[in-house]
Design a protein around this ligand. Structure first.
Ligand code: FE2
Length: 298
């Protein structure tokens, strides 16, 4: 199948023969969904390469760049996911694959820093585990689509400290997790916890995703947010963020994750009594946000 042709017409024919031959072989993929995915991927990626007249040098650069990207991956750090996020593919997929009633909480991307088996904390506990930052008390209720409380829902929450770093970026193995927890709602669907106020942060500065962003959009910052994953029997798992209305980067999120309904007030408070009765001798913030889940798919 090597292309020894010289004329433009011969090269044109050879290019089409390559695509046709590849499609013919993959059309024999036994699994119908995998076959659909692969045939479409091949069509689009061949079309892309032809449209931009991809050079051998650009192809080699890409192969090396992907190899380098793999080297940045580790438990709690998926550099490929940052690429998916930065190219808008994560939000496109989340939006397309999460049909929901209008009043249900909007999902957003999971991001690269979710860990399974987060430490469990009781209602109202301080989950910061030594993370630096201004104290923050977050509370609210988890409801189903009919407005009924979702009791015993499992809420994973994870977020940055006041340096804009996550535990996975700062000695997770030595220090253990911080600003990360698994909580359980009570019989009324309520949750509450203390932690520190998250801040705006850039995507990791040491990998290949930041190289791509610096060479293209120049937008690498994310607005301050808390990550949530909420799971309960009979409910569709909800993965989302709550964004701080005071962030300067709400309109330029590097990964396109902001939805207006997910922007909330992280309210500054002076020393005094917190909503849970705790006496605070320093400034702190409060956040109240209720989540509405959707029914699990049949
Ligand atoms: Fe994040």
């Amino acid at each position: 199948m090597s292309d020894t042709s010289n004329t433009p017409e011969q090269r044109y024919d050879a290019l089409h023969l390559i695509t046709d031959e590849v499609l013919a072989r993959y059309s024999k993929t036994p699994d119908p969904r995998l076959r659909e995915l692969m045939l479409s991927l091949i069509k689009h990626i061949h079309s892309f390469a032809k449209e931009v007249k991809l050079t051998a040098e650009e192809w080699a650069f890409t192969m090396n760049f992907l190899e380098e990207t793999g080297k940045w991956c580790s438990p709690g750090r998926n550099e490929f996911m940052i690429f998916s996020d930065a190219l808008g593919l994560s939000m496109l997929t989340v939006t397309q694959d999460y049909p929901r009633p209008e009043h249900a909480t909007e999902p957003t991307l999971v991001g690269p820093f979710l860990l399974e088996n987060a430490p469990q904390f009781p209602m109202g506990a301080d989950i910061s585990a030594g993370a630096a930052g201004t104290p923050m008390y977050a509370h609210g209720q988890v409801l189903d689509i009919h407005g009924q409380p979702v009791a015993h829902a499992i809420i994973d929450v994870w977020h940055s400290d006041d340096r804009g770093l996550y535990d996975v970026q700062d000695g997770l193995e030595e220090k253990g997790p911080w600003a990360r927890a698994a909580l359980t709602t009570d019989a009324d669907g309520r949750y509450s916890f203390w932690s520190v106020l998250p801040v705006d942060y850039p995507v990791p500065q040491d990998g290949t995703a930041i190289q791509m962003l610096q060479a293209t959009t120049g937008r690498s910052w994310r607005p301050a947010h808390l990550h949530f994953r909420i799971q309960a029997p009979g409910q569709r798992p909800l993965i989302t963020h709550i964004f701080d209305r005071n962030s300067q980067n709400l309109n330029s999120d590097a990964v396109f994750g902001v939805r207006p309904s997910l922007i909330a007030d992280f309210k500054p408070q002076t020393p005094g009594q917190a909503p849970d009765g705790k006496s605070m001798d320093r400034d702190f913030f409060t956040l109240e946000y209720n989540f509405t889940m959707t029914d699990a798919l049949a």
